[in-house]
Design a protein around this ligand. Structure first.
Ligand code: HEM
Length: 259
């Protein structure tokens, strides 16, 4: 390394000479400000998915036909769109996680010695634990995909005692029986406990994440400060209440088992 090489712990400050969209995107990804904006935008998009996912899942209380028809529509009637949406969702998730981890590593590298008086730093318990709660959400998502998308967690017991994969279970109209799969999930105590704990930690992550995203985007100014803080609590709270209602409602028998 030459003596004149300058290492900027916050990434390169400007796009390399030459211009063009490629170098600009690379510089944006490499600078801390660009990465923060991308973490904020990907986070807001993921929260939007969570709101729609929760509303869709509440169909379990409208009965098997409603939720099975909805899942069938998403998987079979949207054609290539569903694969584009899934790829987009995965891309958003990976980008959000990778950039957040890199920002954290850079912040640590820039301040190897901790603050002498940590309590004087403007940070809440939620903001200090964003990395930890984010990693819990990652573990939850991996488990959740194994549970409901790949049906690896437990099988469906047929009346003759045979156990089959939930992916092979069909309703009377020949559609994937998502209703029975969800009901079986939330009538299993340890699965309910796992979902309840992880949804509470998801709430902690989202409550801080939502208002922090608006702050990064420059919208949490004196005028909108109170409204943005309220929005964080309201949106994260709605996702928590909706998801807990599904888990506890099914557990309490509001969506009775079919078989
Ligand atoms: C109690 C709350 C939840 C319930 C009942 C639920 C239910 C489901 C079900 C049944 C599926 C499979 C759908 C199908 O195969 O047709 C699914 C997929 C999925 N869920 Fe959830 N979910 C919940 C919460 C969450 C949360 C909090 C996240 C993210 C943090 C999440 C992320 C996903 C993803 C990424 C998929 C895969 C989507 C796809 O394959 O296209 N879910 N969920």
């Amino acid at each position: 390394m030459s003596a004149s090489t300058v290492i900027n712990p916050k990434g390169s400050a400007s796009a390399p000479a030459g211009g063009g969209a490629g170098p600009f995107a690379a510089a944006a990804l490499n600078s801390s400000v660009g990465a923060k904006v991308l973490v904020a935008l990907t986070g807001v998009s993921l929260v939007t998915f969570l709101v729609f996912h929760m509303i869709g899942n509440l169909k379990v209380f409208s009965g098997p036909d409603a939720i099975n028809a909805y899942a069938h529509f998403l998987k079979h009637d949207l054609g290539a769109l569903i694969w584009i949406a899934r790829a987009g969702l995965l891309g958003l998730f990976v980008l959000h996680l990778a950039l957040a981890l890199r920002l954290k590593a850079r912040a640590r590298a820039a301040r190897p010695v901790p603050y002498a008086y940590p309590n004087s730093v403007q940070a809440t318990p939620e903001s200090r634990t964003m990395l930890m709660t984010g990693l819990v959400v990652l573990v939850f998502v991996l488990f959740h995909l194994a549970h409901y998308t790949f049906a690896w967690v437990h099988g469906a017991e047929l009346p003759d005692g045979k156990v089959v994969s939930y992916l092979d279970l069909q309703d009377a109209k020949g559609r994937h029986d998502v209703y029975s799969m969800v009901v079986a999930g939330f009538t299993t105590p340890w699965l309910c406990a796992f979902y309840i704990v992880t949804q509470l930690l998801l709430f902690v992550h989202l409550r801080h994440g939502i208002q922090s995203a608006f702050q990064t985007l420059g919208l949490k100014n004196a005028r909108f400060r109170a409204a943005i803080s309220f929005l964080g609590v309201a949106v994260a709270g709605a996702i928590l209440i909706g998801n807990l209602f599904i888990v506890c409602g099914v557990w309490a028998g509001l969506a009775p088992p079919l078989r």
